[in-house]
Design a protein. Structure first.
Length: 305
Protein backbone atom coordinates (compact mmCIF):
# COMPACT_ATOMS: atom_id res chain seq x y z
CA UNK A 1 0.00 0.00 0.00
CA UNK A 2 2.83 2.39 0.84
CA UNK A 3 4.45 1.63 -2.52
CA UNK A 4 1.24 2.58 -4.32
CA UNK A 5 1.01 5.85 -2.36
CA UNK A 6 4.60 6.81 -3.18
CA UNK A 7 4.08 6.07 -6.85
CA UNK A 8 0.91 8.14 -6.91
CA UNK A 9 2.62 11.07 -5.19
CA UNK A 10 5.46 11.03 -7.71
CA UNK A 11 3.00 10.90 -10.60
CA UNK A 12 0.96 13.78 -9.14
CA UNK A 13 4.06 15.92 -8.63
CA UNK A 14 5.20 15.25 -12.18
CA UNK A 15 1.79 16.16 -13.60
CA UNK A 16 1.71 19.28 -11.43
CA UNK A 17 5.14 20.36 -12.67
CA UNK A 18 4.09 19.78 -16.27
CA UNK A 19 0.98 21.92 -15.80
CA UNK A 20 2.92 24.68 -14.07
CA UNK A 21 5.52 24.52 -16.81
CA UNK A 22 2.90 24.99 -19.52
CA UNK A 23 1.23 27.86 -17.64
CA UNK A 24 4.55 29.64 -17.08
CA UNK A 25 5.50 29.03 -20.69
CA UNK A 26 2.19 30.55 -21.80
CA UNK A 27 2.82 33.59 -19.59
CA UNK A 28 6.26 34.00 -21.12
CA UNK A 29 4.83 33.73 -24.63
CA UNK A 30 2.20 36.37 -23.84
CA UNK A 31 4.95 38.75 -22.74
CA UNK A 32 7.20 37.87 -25.68
CA UNK A 33 4.32 38.35 -28.14
CA UNK A 34 4.60 42.09 -27.62
CA UNK A 35 8.34 42.03 -28.36
CA UNK A 36 8.01 42.39 -32.14
CA UNK A 37 5.46 45.25 -32.09
CA UNK A 38 7.34 47.02 -29.29
CA UNK A 39 10.68 46.62 -31.08
CA UNK A 40 9.10 48.14 -34.18
CA UNK A 41 7.66 50.94 -32.03
CA UNK A 42 11.06 51.65 -30.49
CA UNK A 43 13.05 51.58 -33.72
CA UNK A 44 10.47 53.00 -36.10
CA UNK A 45 10.51 52.27 -39.83
CA UNK A 46 13.02 53.05 -42.56
CA UNK A 47 10.80 55.96 -43.60
CA UNK A 48 10.35 57.27 -40.04
CA UNK A 49 13.26 56.01 -37.90
CA UNK A 50 13.29 56.43 -34.14
CA UNK A 51 15.87 54.72 -31.91
CA UNK A 52 18.81 52.97 -33.59
CA UNK A 53 18.11 49.19 -33.71
CA UNK A 54 21.58 48.59 -32.25
CA UNK A 55 20.80 50.86 -29.30
CA UNK A 56 17.47 49.08 -28.76
CA UNK A 57 19.25 45.71 -28.75
CA UNK A 58 22.19 46.66 -26.54
CA UNK A 59 20.44 49.27 -24.41
CA UNK A 60 17.70 46.88 -23.35
CA UNK A 61 20.35 44.35 -22.32
CA UNK A 62 22.11 47.03 -20.24
CA UNK A 63 18.91 48.01 -18.39
CA UNK A 64 18.07 44.37 -17.69
CA UNK A 65 21.71 43.61 -16.83
CA UNK A 66 21.88 46.32 -14.16
CA UNK A 67 18.66 45.02 -12.64
CA UNK A 68 20.14 41.53 -12.74
CA UNK A 69 23.17 42.61 -10.69
CA UNK A 70 20.82 43.84 -7.98
CA UNK A 71 18.72 40.67 -8.13
CA UNK A 72 21.72 38.32 -7.88
CA UNK A 73 23.17 40.30 -4.98
CA UNK A 74 19.90 40.53 -3.03
CA UNK A 75 19.12 36.82 -3.45
CA UNK A 76 22.69 35.71 -2.71
CA UNK A 77 22.88 33.64 -5.89
CA UNK A 78 25.93 31.44 -6.32
CA UNK A 79 28.45 32.04 -9.08
CA UNK A 80 28.32 29.76 -12.12
CA UNK A 81 30.85 26.93 -12.22
CA UNK A 82 32.84 25.07 -14.87
CA UNK A 83 30.93 24.40 -18.07
CA UNK A 84 28.08 26.62 -16.95
CA UNK A 85 30.07 29.65 -18.12
CA UNK A 86 30.22 28.22 -21.63
CA UNK A 87 26.45 27.64 -21.71
CA UNK A 88 25.86 31.15 -20.38
CA UNK A 89 27.98 32.63 -23.16
CA UNK A 90 26.16 30.56 -25.78
CA UNK A 91 22.80 31.64 -24.39
CA UNK A 92 23.90 35.27 -24.42
CA UNK A 93 24.94 35.02 -28.07
CA UNK A 94 21.42 33.89 -28.94
CA UNK A 95 19.05 35.89 -26.75
CA UNK A 96 21.08 39.01 -25.89
CA UNK A 97 22.82 39.65 -29.21
CA UNK A 98 21.40 37.54 -32.05
CA UNK A 99 17.62 37.76 -31.62
CA UNK A 100 17.21 41.43 -30.58
CA UNK A 101 19.74 42.86 -33.03
CA UNK A 102 18.61 40.88 -36.08
CA UNK A 103 14.95 41.45 -35.24
CA UNK A 104 15.48 45.17 -34.66
CA UNK A 105 17.13 45.67 -38.03
CA UNK A 106 14.54 43.50 -39.82
CA UNK A 107 11.46 45.30 -38.50
CA UNK A 108 12.84 48.58 -39.81
CA UNK A 109 12.08 47.19 -43.29
CA UNK A 110 9.06 44.90 -42.80
CA UNK A 111 6.01 45.44 -40.63
CA UNK A 112 5.40 43.64 -37.35
CA UNK A 113 2.66 41.45 -38.86
CA UNK A 114 5.11 40.15 -41.48
CA UNK A 115 7.77 39.49 -38.82
CA UNK A 116 5.22 37.69 -36.65
CA UNK A 117 4.36 35.15 -39.34
CA UNK A 118 8.03 34.41 -40.11
CA UNK A 119 8.76 33.97 -36.40
CA UNK A 120 5.93 31.42 -36.24
CA UNK A 121 8.44 28.62 -36.93
CA UNK A 122 10.25 29.41 -33.66
CA UNK A 123 8.72 26.43 -31.79
CA UNK A 124 9.79 23.99 -34.49
CA UNK A 125 13.24 25.57 -34.67
CA UNK A 126 13.61 25.23 -30.90
CA UNK A 127 12.58 21.57 -31.04
CA UNK A 128 14.93 20.89 -33.98
CA UNK A 129 17.89 22.30 -32.03
CA UNK A 130 16.81 20.66 -28.77
CA UNK A 131 16.60 17.17 -30.30
CA UNK A 132 20.35 16.55 -30.85
CA UNK A 133 21.34 18.53 -27.75
CA UNK A 134 19.05 16.42 -25.57
CA UNK A 135 19.95 13.26 -27.53
CA UNK A 136 16.43 12.64 -28.69
CA UNK A 137 15.36 11.22 -32.06
CA UNK A 138 12.29 12.87 -33.58
CA UNK A 139 10.30 10.79 -36.02
CA UNK A 140 10.20 11.28 -39.77
CA UNK A 141 6.83 12.98 -39.37
CA UNK A 142 8.39 15.61 -37.13
CA UNK A 143 11.12 16.41 -39.66
CA UNK A 144 8.56 16.62 -42.45
CA UNK A 145 6.59 19.13 -40.37
CA UNK A 146 9.74 21.15 -39.73
CA UNK A 147 10.49 21.28 -43.46
CA UNK A 148 6.87 22.16 -44.24
CA UNK A 149 6.96 24.99 -41.69
CA UNK A 150 10.14 26.38 -43.23
CA UNK A 151 8.64 26.11 -46.73
CA UNK A 152 5.52 27.98 -45.63
CA UNK A 153 7.54 30.79 -44.08
CA UNK A 154 9.77 31.12 -47.15
CA UNK A 155 6.70 31.06 -49.39
CA UNK A 156 5.00 33.73 -47.31
CA UNK A 157 8.10 35.93 -47.35
CA UNK A 158 8.43 35.56 -51.13
CA UNK A 159 4.74 36.42 -51.61
CA UNK A 160 5.01 39.50 -49.43
CA UNK A 161 8.19 40.44 -51.25
CA UNK A 162 6.38 40.46 -54.63
CA UNK A 163 7.94 37.20 -55.76
CA UNK A 164 11.34 37.48 -54.10
CA UNK A 165 12.90 37.23 -50.64
CA UNK A 166 14.14 40.37 -48.92
CA UNK A 167 17.21 40.74 -46.74
CA UNK A 168 14.85 41.40 -43.83
CA UNK A 169 13.48 37.86 -44.18
CA UNK A 170 16.98 36.40 -43.92
CA UNK A 171 17.54 38.51 -40.81
CA UNK A 172 14.27 37.26 -39.32
CA UNK A 173 15.21 33.63 -39.93
CA UNK A 174 18.61 34.29 -38.39
CA UNK A 175 16.85 35.81 -35.38
CA UNK A 176 14.67 32.70 -35.05
CA UNK A 177 17.71 30.39 -35.09
CA UNK A 178 19.51 32.60 -32.55
CA UNK A 179 16.56 32.64 -30.17
CA UNK A 180 15.99 28.90 -30.51
CA UNK A 181 19.61 28.08 -29.70
CA UNK A 182 19.54 30.44 -26.74
CA UNK A 183 16.32 28.92 -25.44
CA UNK A 184 17.78 25.41 -25.53
CA UNK A 185 21.07 26.27 -23.82
CA UNK A 186 19.23 28.39 -21.27
CA UNK A 187 16.86 25.53 -20.53
CA UNK A 188 19.82 23.21 -19.95
CA UNK A 189 21.24 25.68 -17.45
CA UNK A 190 17.91 25.82 -15.66
CA UNK A 191 18.61 22.31 -14.37
CA UNK A 192 21.64 23.62 -12.42
CA UNK A 193 20.71 27.25 -11.75
CA UNK A 194 17.26 28.68 -11.15
CA UNK A 195 15.51 30.11 -14.18
CA UNK A 196 15.88 33.62 -12.76
CA UNK A 197 19.61 33.17 -12.18
CA UNK A 198 20.13 31.94 -15.74
CA UNK A 199 18.85 35.05 -17.49
CA UNK A 200 20.43 37.32 -14.86
CA UNK A 201 23.89 35.80 -15.27
CA UNK A 202 23.49 35.84 -19.05
CA UNK A 203 22.80 39.58 -18.92
CA UNK A 204 25.55 40.32 -16.39
CA UNK A 205 28.33 38.59 -18.34
CA UNK A 206 27.17 40.49 -21.43
CA UNK A 207 27.54 43.92 -19.81
CA UNK A 208 31.23 44.43 -20.75
CA UNK A 209 30.07 44.30 -24.38
CA UNK A 210 26.55 45.69 -24.27
CA UNK A 211 27.32 48.74 -22.10
CA UNK A 212 29.94 50.38 -24.35
CA UNK A 213 27.94 49.50 -27.49
CA UNK A 214 24.81 51.06 -26.00
CA UNK A 215 26.76 54.23 -25.22
CA UNK A 216 28.17 54.37 -28.74
CA UNK A 217 24.73 53.94 -30.37
CA UNK A 218 22.74 56.15 -27.98
CA UNK A 219 20.34 58.64 -29.62
CA UNK A 220 21.75 62.08 -30.37
CA UNK A 221 18.45 63.60 -31.55
CA UNK A 222 15.00 63.68 -29.95
CA UNK A 223 12.76 60.65 -30.53
CA UNK A 224 9.07 60.13 -29.87
CA UNK A 225 7.85 59.24 -26.39
CA UNK A 226 6.23 56.13 -27.85
CA UNK A 227 9.66 54.92 -28.97
CA UNK A 228 10.94 55.20 -25.41
CA UNK A 229 7.83 53.33 -24.26
CA UNK A 230 8.62 50.49 -26.64
CA UNK A 231 12.23 50.51 -25.42
CA UNK A 232 11.11 50.35 -21.79
CA UNK A 233 8.91 47.33 -22.52
CA UNK A 234 11.57 45.31 -24.35
CA UNK A 235 14.10 46.19 -21.63
CA UNK A 236 12.02 45.25 -18.60
CA UNK A 237 9.64 42.59 -19.92
CA UNK A 238 11.01 41.05 -23.13
CA UNK A 239 14.62 41.00 -21.93
CA UNK A 240 14.13 40.21 -18.25
CA UNK A 241 10.79 39.40 -16.62
CA UNK A 242 9.54 37.30 -19.55
CA UNK A 243 12.57 35.00 -19.27
CA UNK A 244 11.83 34.36 -15.59
CA UNK A 245 8.59 32.70 -16.64
CA UNK A 246 9.90 31.18 -19.89
CA UNK A 247 13.00 29.38 -18.59
CA UNK A 248 11.14 28.21 -15.49
CA UNK A 249 8.42 26.80 -17.73
CA UNK A 250 10.94 25.02 -19.97
CA UNK A 251 12.65 23.48 -16.95
CA UNK A 252 9.43 22.29 -15.30
CA UNK A 253 7.46 21.14 -18.33
CA UNK A 254 10.24 19.99 -20.67
CA UNK A 255 11.83 21.97 -23.52
CA UNK A 256 10.23 20.07 -26.41
CA UNK A 257 6.73 20.19 -24.90
CA UNK A 258 6.63 23.73 -23.51
CA UNK A 259 8.37 25.29 -26.52
CA UNK A 260 5.31 24.38 -28.60
CA UNK A 261 3.24 26.88 -26.61
CA UNK A 262 4.97 29.45 -28.79
CA UNK A 263 2.58 28.48 -31.55
CA UNK A 264 0.34 31.19 -30.07
CA UNK A 265 2.99 33.89 -30.28
CA UNK A 266 2.68 34.99 -33.93
CA UNK A 267 -1.10 35.38 -33.64
CA UNK A 268 -0.80 37.39 -30.45
CA UNK A 269 1.93 39.54 -32.01
CA UNK A 270 -0.25 40.24 -35.04
CA UNK A 271 -3.22 41.14 -32.87
CA UNK A 272 -1.11 43.49 -30.77
CA UNK A 273 0.41 45.12 -33.87
CA UNK A 274 -2.97 46.27 -35.17
CA UNK A 275 -3.89 48.67 -32.33
CA UNK A 276 -0.31 49.56 -31.35
CA UNK A 277 1.08 50.29 -34.81
CA UNK A 278 -2.03 50.73 -36.91
CA UNK A 279 -1.07 47.80 -39.16
CA UNK A 280 -3.58 45.88 -41.25
CA UNK A 281 -4.30 42.15 -41.39
CA UNK A 282 -5.14 40.83 -44.86
CA UNK A 283 -6.80 37.50 -45.55
CA UNK A 284 -3.77 35.85 -47.17
CA UNK A 285 -1.54 36.69 -44.21
CA UNK A 286 -4.07 35.07 -41.86
CA UNK A 287 -4.18 32.00 -44.14
CA UNK A 288 -0.39 31.62 -44.03
CA UNK A 289 -0.37 32.12 -40.25
CA UNK A 290 -3.03 29.44 -39.77
CA UNK A 291 -1.07 27.08 -42.03
CA UNK A 292 2.08 27.61 -39.96
CA UNK A 293 0.04 27.02 -36.80
CA UNK A 294 -1.33 23.76 -38.21
CA UNK A 295 2.13 22.49 -39.16
CA UNK A 296 3.63 23.37 -35.77
CA UNK A 297 0.66 21.78 -33.98
CA UNK A 298 0.98 18.61 -36.04
CA UNK A 299 4.73 18.52 -35.48
CA UNK A 300 4.07 18.69 -31.75
CA UNK A 301 2.04 15.49 -32.01
CA UNK A 302 4.79 13.51 -33.75
CA UNK A 303 6.66 10.97 -31.60
CA UNK A 304 10.13 11.75 -30.29
CA UNK A 305 12.27 8.81 -29.14
Amino acid sequence: MSGFSTSTAISTTSASDATRGLLLGAAGVLMFALSIPMTRLAGGSAAAPQLDPAFVAFGRAVVAGLLSIAYLWITGARRPRGGEWRLLAFTAAGVVFGWPLLLGVAVRHVDAVHASVVSGVLPLATAVIAAPVLRQRPSLGFWLCALAGLALVVGFAAWRGAGGLEMADALLLGAVVSASAGYVSGARLSNALTAEQVICWVLVISLPITLPLAVLTRPTAPVAASAWGGFAYVSLVSMWIGFFAWYRGLALGGTLRVSQVQVLQPFLSMLFAVPLLGEQLDAMTVVFAIAVLAVVWWGKRQPVH
